[in-house]
Design a protein around this ligand. Structure first.
Ligand code: KE4
Length: 429
């Protein structure tokens, strides 16, 4: 494929923007080569500036569940934009989106809009600390909650010691009160609560993880999380930025039947526009200023155009549910990928929940970050580019989830499996 215009655009961008991108996930660092500059999206397709067409399985890292330029979302945003882009004053659209969210997620009785998943996670952490009067936050290795100082952290020497910052610029003081455990490690969870339960403000996790590749929680892990947080007065915080309205209209919370105290949202709730949100029990949410003392603010929070995109997206998901189709198509993709890897005798694991899935190039079942890291990332990089050359755009990292959209068709699935068969055959050599 000719990608000369992308190359030139990347050279220019690198002189103006650090690494030539506005988010490292797009930099293709994990797969080698250079990022592709996109010109437009249409349904399930992306078109790059060289005119190449791709089946899009990133969907902007989750938001584009309806596909690109969905007519109802486009119309709603154009109508809102014609009335003004931002007022710094409340609008009814904010209550409309809030009502859609609270009706979809019963554990969310009140919700605050912000402008990104990071902002939502950061605010939820502050609220958990403000509500409980405690400082300790627990997270899990491999779960990503945005670039929040307190959450850019890896496990200290043991899970009971301070977290260690994973980025320059994050002072130790910001992560001293963050503890990191292994996802699905029930014994470590019990030990931590035995030792420090009365000091824990909140436990935050992706209830179905997408940021180490797709990893699911065990039933026992989820049960212990709920019981231990209840018992010790800590808040259970589900980060559903990726899974919210993705795995079901009520997100992972609906399919798992869980009841977290706080929920963090983003991506789909903005329909591709900058929206994050956090919500939960009214008694907790009323601690947020100006109802309560916990400060949080934002110039563009609840932006009317972004609200319009979120409202149109959630109404379409509510009224014309795509989830059965997403389940059927995603199951077929995964069966096809497994079959071609089997045939080529390539070690592989495929984890899937609904329309989120990851093909790991490892023979080890993937249940946490350590097992995800047994994957052959060099092989993934080769596979990624073979698929790109066949017009299939997968997430540009072994440690990300792919997303099927409601715009994908059975013919697209057939094409994807054919491309995978050819790509995997090239890996075997
Ligand atoms: P944003 O600040 O990027 O809107 O959201 C942060 C975030 C929070 N929680 C979860 C579960 C998330 O997946 C994310 C962001 N996801 C990444 C993709 N794995 C966004 C891609 C990027 O950083 O460019």
């Amino acid at each position: 494929m000719n990608r000369t215009k992308s190359h030139a655009a990347f050279e220019r961008a690198k002189t103006l923007i650090p690494g030539g991108v506005n988010s490292p996930a797009r930099a293709f660092g994990a797969v080698g080569g250079e990022p592709i500059f996109m010109a437009k999206g249409e349904g399930q397709y992306l078109f790059d500036i060289d005119g190449n067409k791709y089946l899009d399985y990133i969907g902007s890292w989750g938001p584009m569940i309806l596909g690109h330029v969905h007519s109802k979302v486009l119309e709603a945003t154009l109508e809102a934009a014609r009335a003004g882009s931002s007022f710094g004053a409340p609008t009814e659209r904010e209550s409309e989106l809030a009502e859609l969210i609270t009706k979809a997620m019963p554990n969310v009785e009140m919700v605050r809009m912000v402008s990104s998943g990071t902002e939502a996670s950061m605010s939820a952490v502050r609220l958990a600390r403000g509500h409980t009067g405690r400082d300790l936050i627990v997270k899990f290795a491999g779960c990503y909650h945005g670039h929040v100082d307190a959450l850019l952290v890896s496990a200290g020497s043991s899970a009971l010691t301070h977290g260690v910052p994973t980025s320059p610029g994050v002072p130790a003081g910001c992560t001293d009160d963050t503890l990191v455990l292994k996802y699905n490690d029930v014994e470590a969870l019990r030990e931590l609560f035995r030792a420090k339960g009365d000091k824990i403000a909140g436990v935050m996790l992706e209830p179905v993880a997408g940021n180490m590749g797709l990893v699911t929680p065990s039933e026992e892990f989820r049960r212990e999380l709920r019981q231990l947080t209840h018992m010790h007065g800590a808040l259970l915080i589900y980060d559903e930025v990726m899974t919210g309205f993705r795995l079901a209209y009520g997100g992972a919370t609906e399919i798992l039947g869980d009841s977290p105290d706080l929920t963090v949202l983003g991506k789909i709730v903005g329909g591709g526009y900058p929206v994050g949100a956090y919500g939960g029990k009214a008694e907790i949410m009323r601690k947020i200023m100006p109802a309560g003392p916990v400060f949080q603010a934002g110039t563009l929070s609840g932006n009317p155009v972004a609200m319009a995109a979120g409202i149109a997206t959630l109404k379409e998901l509510r009224d014309n549910s795509p989830y059965a189709k997403l389940e059927q198509m995603s199951a077929r993709i995964v069966e096809g990928l497994a079959a071609v890897c089997q045939q080529a005798k390539i070690p592989h694991q495929i984890n899937r929940v609904g329309s989120m899935w990851t093909l790991f190039f490892t023979g080890t079942p993937v249940t946490d970050l350590d097992t995800a890291k047994t994957s052959d990332t060099a092989r993934f990089g080769k596979f990624f580019w073979h698929m790109m050359d066949r017009g299939v755009y997968l997430p540009c990292s072994q440690f990300e989830a792919a997303f099927t959209s409601a715009a994908h068709t059975d013919a697209d699935i057939d094409h994807t499996i054919r491309a995978a068969k050819e790509s995997v055959a090239l890996l075997a050599n």
